[in-house]
Write a protein that binds this ligand. Structure first.
Ligand code: FE2
Ligand code: FE2
Length: 299
């Protein structure tokens, strides 16, 4: 694709409204990453080995924020050759990105502060792993397609929110419960923003190429897959530590949004939409998909 010719985006006024609603409600919401937690009250002995490992992976993923922020700033980079609508849309998105990146940076730093205060990690090994990981360049999965990145980020934010809330419920250490609760609330807000962004694309006639949505869904991998050592073992440990967590739960939000807009426009359920919905349903609930496949078509 010619990088100077982005796909036609939704009206910039819709994006401006979304960003305004988000920042009006959440601009000043938050906490102080150093001052607002009872670091001296941590009962570190309450943390299990899988919980310690899961926390370490979550912190390393959040800490990659220099890479993620560059990727989203590049995604919405401004170029004089763009249409007025495209420039305005990107400028609005960059207002959101600035606030979002701040939240994510605070997540990384708060988790790091907790890990250093809890007395269960070796500081030298933590320093070495953090610096090794953060220096690896990040490659966004869809660097030239903002709609696909919206789909990707809905899934990623939802998976992260579910992980933090399941881990919060699983741990008995009170300060970590507090940290995870705050992080989980932020991730829920982030996810809500990206769901609403995706809905704006869906509402524009021709605003969504459903085959591209399927491409983003099928290719989905959590950030730092392929960067962190032993990623598969780490993922299994995260699921063990945060009982009830599985990132496939996050695909349901895309399924709901696509279903709603496909049903709202009579006759719009093309083969491509049906194919996407079947894929989403199989990922969200593989056992149900197998049961459906086992039923003869004529029944
Ligand atoms: Fe985060
Ligand atoms: Fe987030």
């Amino acid at each position: 694709m010619d990088s100077n010719r982005p796909p036609v985006g939704p009206p910039a006024s819709e994006i401006a409204g979304l960003v305004r609603r988000y920042l009006s409600r959440f601009e000043t919401l938050g906490w102080n990453r150093f001052e607002d937690f009872a670091w001296d009250k941590i009962e570190g002995e309450r943390l299990s080995e899988p919980q310690l490992d899961a926390l370490r992976t979550a912190m390393l993923v959040e800490d990659h924020i220099p890479g993620y922020s560059k990727a989203y700033c590049d995604l919405f980079a401004l170029d004089p050759s763009f249409s007025e609508n495209e420039l305005a849309l990107r400028r609005q998105m960059l207002h959101f990105v600035a606030r979002w990146v701040y939240d994510e940076d605070r997540h990384a730093h708060t988790l790091e502060n907790y890990m250093r205060a809890c007395g269960r990690y070796d500081a030298r090994s933590l320093d070495a792993e953090m610096l090794k990981t953060v220096a690896v360049p990040y490659a966004a999965p869809h660097p030239e397609n903002a709609m696909q990145m919206a789909v990707y980020t809905v899934i990623q934010e939802k998976a992260t929110q579910v992980f933090y809330s399941c881990l919060r419920d699983a741990v008995t250490e009170p300060v970590l419960k507090d940290v995870l609760n705050r992080l989980s609330q932020d991730e829920a807000r982030h996810c809500g923003f990206f769901v609403d962004l995706f809905k704006i694309y869906l509402a524009v006639p021709g605003g969504v190429d459903y085959a591209k949505v399927k491409e983003a869904v099928v290719a989905f991998k959590m950030p730092l897959y392929g960067t962190l050592d032993n990623y598969k073992r780490r993922s299994i440990t995260m699921m063990r530590a945060a009982e009830g967590y599985h990132f496939r739960d996050a695909f349901g939000l895309i399924e709901q949004a696509v279903t709603r807009y496909a049903d709202a426009a009579p006759g719009s359920r093309s083969h491509t939409v049906e194919d996407l919905l079947a894929t989403l349903s199989a990922i969200s609930d593989p056992t149900a998909a197998r049961r459906r496949a086992a039923v003869p078509a004529a029944v």
